[in-house]
Design a protein around this ligand. Structure first.
Ligand code: F6R
Length: 614
């Protein structure tokens, strides 16, 4: 979704802003812009703030920004349209009538209509259809020589969510930021300060960061910053270190981030497991849960709240928790739960699962649970993200930055976190030491099994070439592989725009089988346990109706190979761990179909990496 960058220091601001926006591209956007306080002498009648905005890609903005644009402070933005179409005028920054104030905004101002009416009566002239422009005029309305107090006064009128950066031509070198429900992080450099909605925009300049909390306002100059809260009280800042390396947000030898991230999975799963395998006790060490052993023991049921791919990981996790740890567990869509007036039961453990840690639906569902007295743990990737900070403890999955919009490596790392949690809880109840050791051995072998599964790359590419022009697909799985089927269908939809539905294989007779024809391929995930034969029966039912079949099944499964039109072998692992080896072929299939169709794999249309609005 929208992205913010701000810079103040000795260097050429426009370069740093455009480069920072480029780093935020992955979040999804449709236009971009910058405002720079012009350096050098200002000619009579000339506006001191240079504002350049373009719809389309950052490349368009880059072309429009003069290479020699002087000025060492500025703000920039990538917009993902909500209010108003995709035009240059609707792109941010927005300015007030005098042209001295510029603002950029992430989020939604819910009461912008009455505010706009009020400001128009005061003489404001609106140039865009956005909700955000009211902020520039509101700041101007309150401005009396101090940008920080004017922004604070403006915030008092606004209802909604925001991450804001603002500047005023009469206060050179000062940038003021405010956060409420939309992330902002300050980068503390050497003689320079940066502000961004996401640490990836800061990483090339500093690893010292301060995460703002909701309700906080930061006022920064090149050498100093001050944070205050809603009551205008100074906040003691905590400077955190980003541990991500710059290389992790670059493509390296891969053609796109999604490809890189798919192939990184053996390492990213390894990282999720590192330091957490308790070989001595046949259990898992999860220090971040912040729960005493007796509290963990008292848990009677688990509820997962998540969206999209993270929800799919939660569905797998819940099956594991139920079948292995013998705890009733249910994964809920956060967007549903948050408006459902949920019953929060004692002795329930809530898990908010989110790669970004910023998904609005998950965050608000989590807050609703906490408000009702429920304890929520986070399973997050982004360190310092809002869900990670507001949860009562949790597990970082350590997949490293995930840049491609479609989630891949975060998913398998989330799976790893669920296996660890399952082991830890199971060992408190029915699971013996010996069984724990066996579980650990399988889990330890998961990265290598995923590496082998990825070796099907060329075979899957050849299949994708043959199938990319079909319009509809069914993805079918049972048991632990049912959520994997959902995930495979989501990946294909997201990046290739081919229609795909995930179903439990046993359900096809109850309706979806009507779709089967030579034009509708089915992709089967064949388990290697007691459900294999039932799945084979389902395959035959499809075959009898002329439906093409792609089957992903354990290596050496000649029967499956003989029934299916295409067979993708995966390494033999215990059936409990099959989700790890089944998902890479589906990610690769979606990726190669998208390539075949010439899609923008990393930034599919209409999608955003971190969905910070409802
Ligand atoms: C799918 C995808 C989305 C996200 C969903 C939740 O590839 O990326 O479905 O999984 O928006 O995002 P997080 O995990 O950041 O809460």
């Amino acid at each position: 979704m929208c992205g913010i960058v701000g810079y103040t220091g000795p260097r050429q601001a426009s370069r740093i802003l455009v480069e920072g926006l480029k780093r935020l591209e992955y979040r999804g956007y449709d236009s971009a812009g910058i405002a720079v306080l012009k350096g050098g002498p200002i000619a009579a009648g000339e506006r001191p703030l240079v504002v350049i905005k373009r719809k389309g890609k950052i490349a368009e903005l880059r072309k429009a920004v003069p290479k020699d644009l002087a000025g060492s402070s500025g703000i920039g933005h990538t917009r993902w349209a909500t209010h108003g179409s995709v035009t240059d005028a609707n792109a941010h920054p927005h300015t007030d009538v005098s042209g001295k104030i510029a603002i950029v905004h992430n989020g939604i101002i819910e009461n912008y209509v009455p505010l706009k009416e009020m400001l128009e009566k005061e003489g404001a002239v609106f140039l865009s259809e956005t909700d955000s422009e009211v902020i520039a005029h509101l700041v101007a309305y309150h401005y009396d020589g101090d940008l920080e107090s004017a922004l604070k006064a403006a915030l008092g009128h606004m209802r909604g969510t925001y991450g804001i950066a603002a500047m005023h031509a009469d206060e050179p070198g000062r940038i003021v930021g405010a956060r409420n429900g939309s992330p902002l992080v300050l980068g503390v450099g050497d003689g320079e300060m940066l502000l961004a909605s996401d640490v990836t925009a800061l990483l090339a300049h500093t690893t010292n960061v301060v995460y703002l909390n909701d309700g906080e306002v930061v006022s920064m100059t090149p050498t100093d910053f001050r944070i205050s809260d809603r009551d205008d009280q100074a906040v003691d800042p905590r400077i955190d270190q980003i541990t991500w390396k710059l290389g992790a947000i670059e493509k390296g030898r891969f053609s796109c981030f999604m490809e890189k991230e798919i192939f990184e999975q053996p390492e990213s799963i390894e990282r999720a497991l590192t330091g957490r395998l308790d070989m001595e006790y046949g259990s898992a060490k999860l220090g971040g849960l912040n729960l005493a052993k007796k509290d963990l023991h008292a848990i009677e049921r688990v509820r997962v709240i998540a969206a999209g791919t993270s929800w799919h990981a939660g569905l797998v996790g819940c099956q594991l928790l139920e079948s292995v740890a013998r705890l009733p567990a249910q994964a809920e869509l956060a967007s549903e739960l948050r408006y459902r007036n949920p019953v929060v039961e004692a002795h329930s453990l809530y898990l908010a699962v989110s790669q970004s840690g910023e998904t609005a639906d998950t965050l608000y569902a989590m807050r609703e649970i906490q408000r009702r007295g429920g304890a929520v743990l986070g399973i997050c990737n982004v360190v310092g993200s809002t869900i990670a900070r507001e949860s009562d403890g949790g597990i970082y999955v350590h997949s490293g930055p995930e840049i491609a919009v479609a989630s891949t490596k975060a998913f398998t790392s989330q799976l790893a976190a669920f296996y660890l949690l399952t082991l830890s809880l199971a060992r408190m109840h029915d699971m013996s030491h010996h069984e724990g050791e066996r579980f650990l051995e399988e889990l330890k072998a998961a990265p290598e099994a995923v590496r082998r599964s990825l070796q099907q790359r060329d075979h899957i590419q050849a299949i994708a070439k043959r199938y990319a022009r079909f319009h509809d697909f069914l993805f079918l799985g049972r048991g632990l592989l049912y959520p994997i089927a959902l995930e495979g269908a989501l990946k294909l939809k997201e990046i290739s725009y081919i229609h795909a539905e995930g179903y439990a294989s046993g359900e096809i007779k109850h309706g979806p089988i009507a779709l089967i024809s030579p034009e509708t391929p089915s992709l089967f995930l064949v388990p290697n346990d007691h459900l294999r034969e039932k799945t084979i029966t389902n395959m035959k039912e499809i075959k009898a109706r002329g439906g093409p079949i792609i089957a992903v099944a354990q290596e050496g499964d000649d029967l499956v190979a003989s029934i299916a039109d295409e067979y993708i072998p995966v390494p033999a692992v215990d059936s409990l761990f099959q989700p790890f080896v089944m998902v890479p072929p589906l990610q690769l299939f979606a990726y190669f179909c998208a390539l075949e169709l010439g899609r923008d794999v990393d930034q599919p249309r209409n999608l955003a990496k971190s969905v910070t609005v409802e």
